[in-house]
Write a protein that binds this ligand. Structure first.
Ligand code: PGA
Length: 265
């Protein structure tokens, strides 16, 4: 199998792997390395985690390392990017449940250190809850690494395309959002029908994502090729949220499989 290849697209580092399994393994390697470096240096590692189809293999890989004894989450604190609103944690469609199924139940991470925005807070308390989420991350010293996926509309977390200026967009805090039509269309896969899709969510803000000490963008499959190309080569604009990653390009790595990289040229 051919080896990975590294591209420099303007200031961005892009590593292209032969397939999604290899790209996912590279993401897991990087997360394991962050844990191995942060825990001795600061006593804990602060991980920003993502949901969706793409990171499932990363969590399989991390869980396998824990089982084999080469990695521990004992000194890890995690913060997830987003959660539908409203939703109960035991709803199989909730991201809390996704994280339980794919990672939390399989590793030695203390439940009170695994933070997922709470889809059950009363609406009148949602803004306070979101602000508190940012304060918790900051009190923990900020994210050592944020794992990201990219939506077909370029969203990161549920920071959806916007008409704000790039500077205004980059300053957005954790908050309640309305989901974009493309996000809702893609969520039909999980929810079963367009009517069943929960149209709102709580999302970590762009500010917190861009403040992470390192960022791993993992994108696989041919459906992501157009948006990956636009994000890396088009204008830096809030109408394509992932393009803002280029404002902090020195701490971002794009891990792609060949199909997702197919239009980079
Ligand atoms: P996916 O979602 O991994 O299910 O494609 C990515 C995203 O929307 O961020």
């Amino acid at each position: 199998m051919p080896a990975e290849r590294t591209l420099h697209v303007a200031d961005s580092t892009v590593i292209v792997f032969p397939d999604a399994a290899a790209a996912s393994r590279a993401a897991a390697d990087r997360i394991a390395r962050v844990v191995a470096e942060a825990v001795p240096a600061r006593g804990k590692a602060i991980l920003g985690l993502a949901t969706g189809a793409t990171p499932e293999r990363v969590y399989d890989d991390l869980a396998a390392r824990v089982k084999a004894g080469s990695l521990s989450f004992r000194d890890v604190v995690s913060y997830n990017l987003d959660e539908y609103y409203p939703i109960q944690p035991l709803d199989p469609l909730s991201y809390r449940y996704y994280m339980h199924r794919n990672l939390f139940s399989r590793v030695d991470l203390a439940p009170n250190r695994a933070h997922v925005l709470d889809g059950t807070v009363p609406e009148s308390a949602a803004a306070d809850h979101a602000a508190e989420f940012d304060r918790w991350i900051e009190a923990d010293g900020g994210l050592d690494v944020q794992l990201l996926g990219i939506g077909r509309n370029g969203h990161i977390g549920f920071n959806e395309p916007s008409e704000l200026s790039p500077a205004e967009f980059a300053a957005l805090p954790t908050r309640m959002v309305d989901l974009h039509p493309i996000t809702k269309a893609d969520a039909v896969r999980e929810f079963g029908s367009a009517e069943a899709v929960i149209p709102r969510a709580l999302t970590m803000g762009v500010r917190q994502i861009l403040a992470a000490r390192s960022i791993i963008m993992l994108a696989t499959g041919p459906k992501k090729a157009p948006v990956v190309t636009q994000a890396l080569k088009g204008p830096i604009t809030a109408s394509l949220p992932a393009s803002l990653l280029r404002t902090v390009a020195d701490k971002v790595v794009w891990l792609l499989d060949e199909p997702a990289a197919a239009e980079l040229g």
